[in-house]
Design a protein around this ligand. Structure first.
Ligand code: NAP
Length: 522
């Protein structure tokens, strides 16, 4: 019988009714499990989290919340192998892809547990110094942060079921706000097991973390002014959710992490054979192949000066072309299938569209030939490099994200035209620049910084130790303007602001000071 995945709500497991959604193994196309939230009382789910989880978390100081977050991190790490296996099965991940997800989850939780220790045994955070409002300190004011008394609803994308749950939950829980987490249904097996582990081990107080496996039903329409909605997924869904009447009417805080046409830029100064060139190639190839290109931070546009085009084309074609596609449970396979049939159809259709608009497929460009040796099974897409004739020749490459193992090679002839084209992406999560020329770096950074959440600068000094642009870290903000959703997550304390109210406390100076006594200044 097909396994039924329940939801952890109001302190217990509940199975939905009605027609369930199916979770499929994207390699074998076998149905692994079913999930439904039909019939779950979402208003009651929210009330339980607000009334039980909220007070329990707010009764703890940051350090104590951090201790719970540390337990979560360790519990995930202990079950690492089992969780990785589920990523291989349900998301088409190679073991290395799934490790990236599972280890990313425990590392991010650990980073927030460390931050909790820095914040200390207090329940209030202080913003800046006290401000004298008169001639003496008798009348003074102090800005301080207090946790919202609502619920953080986290709606996640299909590509990082473990990390997506953990990175959002770590921040909200440390802020003192209970969480209702909803993974994308198609790849929810790993997140569901993670929730089972948390529930079995009773790591968190009742109501601090709830879990919905299936659709959100009418959950979002019950959100009010003390609640938060943090969404990761397509720009289309993000726009729909933030435009809901109750979200607008109650000024529900919304954070959206959406699509992004991340750019990698090879500076005109960088010649092939240099360490900087090799770093650039490594980053591009990794982003086409890792997680079959299904990373929100993956490089979608590769900008190369016309003088370097031939050298770059040659090496990328070779490296991308040799990446072995197939059953992700096999050691020698580098690229597994994309997560769902729909994803495969969307990716192939968009590659087709780009080609019709004027791109040339240098390698790939469709389905790979029989990757399993078992006929036309599995949701595979061949790792693909598309080339654009000129920087402005194909508008689609600056407007549509291909969320799969595909990138576009774009030649530019001047730094100005390249900067303008990067900005045509309409706002991105990350861009990476590879150059050993300080004036190129300065021009590009000042040219594109305002349309990105993160800029990664690779040069010969860091070539041996650089962290890939696709890796999101707890210490640095993640998010971007415009197309990327306009959101901001993580970044240490910065991510916590979404769940905290900044209040200006104004009155008798010594009294105001006593209210924030011991509060850590952030
Ligand atoms: P999606 O269709 O928008 O789904 C994302 C999440 O929203 C899923 O949990 C989905 O649930 C839920 N959802 C869909 N419609 C909803 C509705 N009407 N009300 C409430 N929830 C709803 O996106 P996707 O195709 O899974 O994800 C791929 C996209 O996510 C890509 O475009 C990628 O760029 C983006 N992404 C961005 C980031 C980032 O950090 N910026 C990270 C990862 C992915 P169901 O699964 O149950 O339908």
């Amino acid at each position: 019988m097909t396994k039924k995945l329940g939801s952890w709500v109001s302190g217990g497991w509940v199975e939905g009714k009605g027609k369930p959604a199916q979770l499929v193994n994207p390699t074998s196309e076998e149905v692994l499990a079913e999930a439904s939230t039909d019939g779950i009382d979402m208003a009651q789910t929210l009330a339980f989290a607000r009334d039980k989880g909220g007070p329990a978390l707010r009764a703890l100081g940051f350090k104590e919340r951090g201790a719970l977050i540390r337990k979560l991190s360790r519990a995930i790490h202990e079950k690492r192998d089992e969780l990785i296996g589920l990523g291989v099965q349900n998301a088409g991940n190679t073991r290395s892809d799934a490790k990236f997800d599972v280890d990313g989850a425990s590392i991010t939780l650990a980073a927030y547990a460390d931050l909790a220790e820095e914040l200390g045994d207090t329940k209030v955070l202080v913003d800046g110094d006290a401000i004298n409002l008169g001639r003496s300190s008798k009348l003074a004011a102090q800005h301080a942060y207090f946790p919202l008394h609502g619920v953080a609803v986290h709606v996640n994308a299909f590509n990082f079921p473990a990390w997506g749950l953990a990175e959002k939950a770590a921040v909200a829980l440390l802020a003192g706000v209970p969480v209702i987490s909803k993974p994308a249904t198609s790849t929810a097996l790993m997140a569901h097991r993670l929730m089972e582990i948390v529930a079995e081990q009773q790591i968190l107080p009742p109501g601090a973390l709830s879990f919905l496996c299936g659709s959100t039903g009418d959950l979002i329409s019950h959100l009010r002014g003390q609640d938060v909605l943090a969404f990761t997924g397509s720009g289309q869904t993000g726009t729909r959710l933030r435009g809901m009447p109750n979200v607008l009417a109650h000024s529900v805080r919304v954070n959206v992490e959406a699509d992004s046409l991340n750019a990698a830029i090879l500076g005109p100064d960088v010649e092939s054979g240099t360490e900087t060139f090799d770093l650039f190639v490594k980053d591009v190839v990794r982003d086409v192949t890792q997680k079959a290109g299904q990373k929100c931070t993956a490089i979608r546009r590769v900008f190369v000066h016309v003088d370097r085009l031939e050298a770059v084309r040659e090496v990328l074609a070779e490296r991308i072309g040799e990446a072995k596609v197939g059953d992700p449970s096999r050691e020698d396979v580098v690229v597994g299938p994309v997560a769902t049939k729909k994803q495969q159809q969307d990716v192939l259709a968009m590659i087709d569209r780009f080609v019709k608009a004027g791109c040339k497929a240098v390698v790939g460009g469709g389905k790979p030939k029989d990757p399993l040796g078992a006929g036309d099974k599995g949701f595979f897409v061949a790792p693909t490099l598309l080339e654009v004739p000129a920087v402005d020749a194909v508008a689609d490459v600056h407007e549509h994200e291909i969320f799969g193992p595909c990138t576009t090679l774009i030649p530019y002839d001047s730094t100005e035209s390249m900067i303008a084209a990067v900005r045509r992406g309409g706002g991105g999560l990350v861009a990476s620049l590879y150059s050993d020329d300080k004036s190129v770096v300065r021009d590009v950074v000042f040219g594109i910084a305002s349309s990105h959440g993160r800029l990664v600068i690779g040069n010969e000094k860091v070539a041996g130790s650089a962290l890939p642009p696709g890796t999101v870290m707890a210490q640095l903000v993640h998010g971007g303007p415009g197309r990327a959703g306009g959101g901001e997550e993580l970044g240490g304390f910065r991510g916590m602001e979404l769940y905290l109210q900044r209040v200006a406390l104004q009155g008798y100076g010594p009294l105001v000071a006593s209210l924030v006594d011991g509060g850590k200044r952030v």
